[in-house]
Design a protein around this ligand. Structure first.
Ligand code: ATP
Length: 242
């Protein structure tokens, strides 16, 4: 079943257009990775889905209803949760408080403080600490946990790996299957092509605000992905690792 169907989406900031006629489908239960270089429009796309940046044109069908003009807080209630770039925790609040804030939408489901801590056991001993004293990886775990607390149907992950050591990134990515097994559909934005290919069931590449490639990781040549990522003529991409 298609959970999210985006058609002809335009969006931007003031006079600046960042997204041009984006068409993207996300099936329930899949993990879709959106890749693209700096400034390609990935964060803007997630923010439009979450209702933080308005859609200029196009439709965003979520479970059959166009939510393009639904307010952000109501989208959380419908089951869309964004883990923003930079984590955006409330630094002076404790880890427990940050997690509990995520549950304010009151959606029922399998995720609660205990089940979230089962997925991220390293934050259990940190529950009563202010979140600003945590490491980047611990903060990212709390940010994902906070989103899970809303029992989302669709979880939007913006650059989970940003600024983190490879070993920390690896442990965060190891938690992703638990999200899908818990019933969430995952749309993640990633600059690292290798990382995206490892976890995604499908891949969309953005280039300067347009979809430049779409396919299954094992169905597209790495050179085509690189070409779509950097805007090179098809077939001319070299093997790049990120
Ligand atoms: P990055 O990996 O650097 O975050 P991205 O693919 O997520 O890149 P966006 O952050 O969506 O790209 O940016 C897309 C375009 O929109 C860029 O040209 C960027 O400069 C511009 N942009 C992003 N946020 C704003 C804003 N708040 N005001 C004006 N322009 C913005």
């Amino acid at each position: 079943m298609t959970l999210l169907e985006v058609r002809g989406l335009d969006a931007g900031y003031g006079d600046f257009q960042a997204l041009f006629g984006i068409d993207v489908n996300v099936a329930e239960g899949e993990t879709l990775a959106m890749i693209g270089a700096n400034g390609a429009g990935k964060t803007t796309f997630l923010r439009v889905l979450a209702g933080q940046v308005p859609a200029w044109a196009g439709s965003i069908m979520f479970d059959g209803t166009d939510i393009a003009h639904v307010k952000a807080h109501r989208r959380v209630g419908l089951g869309i949760a964004l883990v923003p770039e930079g984590r955006m925790l409330f630094g002076s609040l404790t880890v427990r408080e940050n997690l509990i804030i995520g549950a304010h939408a009151g959606r029922a489901g399998r995720w609660n403080l205990d089940t979230v801590l089962d997925v991220f056991p390293l934050i259990r001993p940190l529950l009563d600490r202010p979140s600003h004293v945590l490491s980047g990886g611990e903060q990212q775990s709390v940010a994902i946990g906070r989103a899970l607390m809303s029992n989302p149907r669709l979880i939007l992950l913006d650059e989970v790996s940003l600024g983190l050591a490879p070993v920390v990134v690896k442990s965060l990515y190891e938690a992703l299957p638990a999200l899908s097994e818990g019933g969430a559909t995952v749309l993640l934005v990633e600059q690292d092509i290798g990382q995206a290919l490892e976890v995604a069931s499908r891949l969309v590449c953005l280039l300067e605000g347009r979809v430049s490639l779409e396919g299954k990781p094992d169905g597209v040549a790495r050179s085509d992905i690189t070409a779509a990522y950097f805007g090179l003529p098809a077939g001319s991409g070299s093997e790049a690792s990120s």
